[in-house]
Each structure stands twice: as C-alpha cells, then as structure tokens.
Design a protein around this ligand. Sequence first.
Ligand code: GLU
Length: 495
Amino acid sequence: MEENVRVRFAPSPTGFLHIGGLRTALYNYLFARHHRGDFVLRIEDTDQNRYVENAEQDIISSLEWSGIEVDEGPQNPGEFGPYRQSERKELYKTYAEKLIEKGMAYYAFDTTEELDQMRERLQKSGNPSPKYDSITRQSMKNSLTLPQDEVQKLLDEGAEHVVRLKVPRRETIRFEDLIRGHVSFESKGLDDQVLLKSDGMPTYHLANVVDDHLMKISHVIRGEEWLSSTPKHILLYQAFGWEPPKMAHLPLIMSPSGGKLSKRKAESEGIPINTKDYIEQNYEPEALVNFLAFLGWSPGDDSEIHSMPDLCRLFTLDRVSKGGAVFNHKKLLWYNEIYLREQSNHQLAKRVKEITDNKQILEADDEKLAKAIGLVKERVSKVEELITMGIFFFEDPSEYDEKALKKWGDDSAGLVSDYQSRISDLSEEEFEAATLKSKLEEVINEHGVGFGKLMMPLRIAVTGQGFGPDLFTSMELLEKETVLRRIDTALKKLG
Ligand code: GLU
C-alpha cells in the first residue's frame, strides 16, 4: 500500500461528462480508495470560450449517481481550495512571474501579425513546422531580446503580452509511466509554451502543474490523449524545481468498429456517450461501474462481477492494459441484467413506479406489481423492459403481436374455447398454476394435439404476446375474471 496518496479528477466543464471521463474518474477513485488516499475533484475552467453552463453540475451529479465519492472539491472544499481554477487566477500569475524571475520563462509581446510573419519567413526558408523556440525567440519581441527598461515600459503601458516557457534547445525529456513504462520525448519538437495568455488566464499546462503541486497530488492518472502534454509538464516541474507526481496514462476507449470511440462513432453505433444518457436510459449504476472498471483493467483472474467495494480492494495500476479497450455494449447489457436481478422484486417495483407514467402500473397494488416483476425479471436486461414485458399484467392487450399471430391456426379457436369452458368451472381458489396446467393437458390429450397447439394461442389471447413468463403462473396472478374476459375478447377478434 502506498502512503499519502492523493489523486485528482480534473475535468474541464465544456459539456456533459463523457463516458471516458467517467472511467478516468473511476480509476482515480479506485486507486485512492485502494491506498486509503484522497480523491480530489478540480474543475479546470480557465478556457472561457469553451465554458458550458451546468457542465460542472452534470459532472458532480454523474459522479454521485455512479457512487464515486469526492473527498475534496468545489462542493466540499478541503485545505487546498479553491477547487475551481477560475477562482485561482491570481495564483497562476504569481507562479508565472516566479519563473520569469528564475530566468525560466519570459514575456512575449509579439502581435498575431508578427507571429504569422515569422512562420511565413521560416516556411519560405524551408522549415515546414516553424516554432517559437530557442532559435526563433532570439529574433522576436520579448523580454529576452528587448532592453529591460523597454520591457518595463511595455508592461507599465499595459501592452498585450503572454508569458512563455523557455523550452531547452535539445533535451530528451524522460519519465516513467506507471502503465506504459519508460517514455521519452525530444524537446526539439516543442514550442516555447504559452503559460499565461494575454487575458491573464493561465493555459492548461501552467494551471494543471501549479495545482497538482499545490494540491499535493501524488499520482496523475488520466487518459492517453494527455500523454503528449506530459513532457511539457515535466519541463515545468523542472523549471519550478518541484518533484513531479507519478504519471499513469490510461488506454483509449475504442469503438467496436475500430478507432477511438468518438462522439460521432458512438452515435452511429448506438452507444450512449455521456453519463447523463446512461442515467436517463435507466442503466444500473453498479453495472456501468463494473463494466467501466473492466474497460482497460482486469483483476488478473476470470472473475467479472465486482461491486464498488470489491473493485476498490482489487484495483492496481499494474493491471491496467496499454492497448486500447473496445467498448462492448452487449457486455454492458449483460452486467445490467445481473445487477438488475440482484434487486428484490419490491425494490424494482419502486423503481418501475418511478419511471413509468402508465396509470394502471402507478395505481397497481405493490404486492401484485412485485409478483409480476418477479415473473419477468429473468427475461430482461433493462429496468424499463420490466414494463414492456409485464404490462399485460395490468392492461388487457389492445392488439396482438403480429409475429405471434402467425401461430393462431384454424383449430386454435376450438381448442382455446374448450380450455376456457373447463377453467370457468374452477373456483377462485382452484384457479392456480398447477390446476391451470393440468386443464391444458386434458385438452391436448383429448384432442390428440401437441402442447404448443394450445399453449401458443392461449398465450396470445391472455397476454397479446408470443413470449413471456410462465403462462400458468401469470394467469394465476391475473385471476379468473381477467383471464376469461381476455379469452372472450380474443375469440371474438380472432375467431
Ligand atoms: N482538464 C483536463 C481534462 O479536461 C485535465 C487533464 C488532466 O488530467 O491533466 O481532461
């Protein structure tokens, strides 16, 4: 077990929480709990242009729904706040200035036109990817090239400027990634990174590094798409003279048809992309969590069903895979089925009443609803299917399933009505599954036909559907009057 573990989930509030974001949050949370550390939520909202109202609320409610508990965050600040970067603006400025004092960063006053001209000039002289780097910075308008009094004058006048990091000319930046092992990048390919923008806001890189340091983050666990930012962060840690946190980059989530699971891909493949969609579509949170935990990680044996506490106990970074993890929607439904069945019939009855607007179900007796659910529960994978499959317990069929009707043959009416007359003699008490079944056997034996010959038409008449839960138990629950009425109607309609 590692000591003093502090991890953070650091989303930008630019939209609804993506399923990949939720997995990142989950892995951070599992890691924190495994090591009895802290899980911090930090809102990275320094990009005003991409800010989306309510996105923060969506992030918070999505985490809550998933059972991921935030130890410190905007809602429950600890000693390292504030937890929204927009509320820490002044801090980043101070730290950018510290780097300037140390000679690790500088003010740059170049206008957009001047930057364009520089790029054009370099491109013409055969440089396909011109950069603002250790070479070009020498001929640009910045605090390294201008005399000091002029720099001061420009600053006093409030001239537009940014702060840039002095990226070393030729350096190999190395770090150990806890998932990918040894990683190295050449500084040659990097621009002198902008740290503070002209509006005084920090860039992602500066804010992220300053906050991870000040919030005493021990491990940075994030998606692979941030891997290329890490060398910039390492340079920043070096410039400040700080120890960087340990790094772990999670594998990409892939679409079943190959490639990264983008929003567009997900849509075309019928995969919900935002956590909110899963909430609205009534997925079981435990199922989504279990599924996401296995999307890039496994406990190393063939066990697959694990609750959150189990996952916290089992989760280690060395079992996270490097390769992309394919999103398998069928597998998610399989998990959903399992977690659905784990709930008691009464619990599910309550859920069903919460999500339906069907009057009959809303007014149904809880006991009967729970019994009906018990009968269909084994056959569904989503909670709302309990309603579609079990609705016949509460409503006479208004139409008959077309495919099922093909099984209504010439002799069906005769067989059904014979059965009807036999069961109409039963008293209320006798109207129970075993007797109802023995009556059916009587009919088929006397007529010398197979079981299905009567069973199918009877099911259609009573439920309107071609498949469903055990018919005799269902009829018992429906009670005599309803069953006889439905058979009457079917005989009239289907003849
Ligand atoms: N704000 C970044 C995001 O939106 C954070 C990346 C990181 O974890 O460093 O995911």
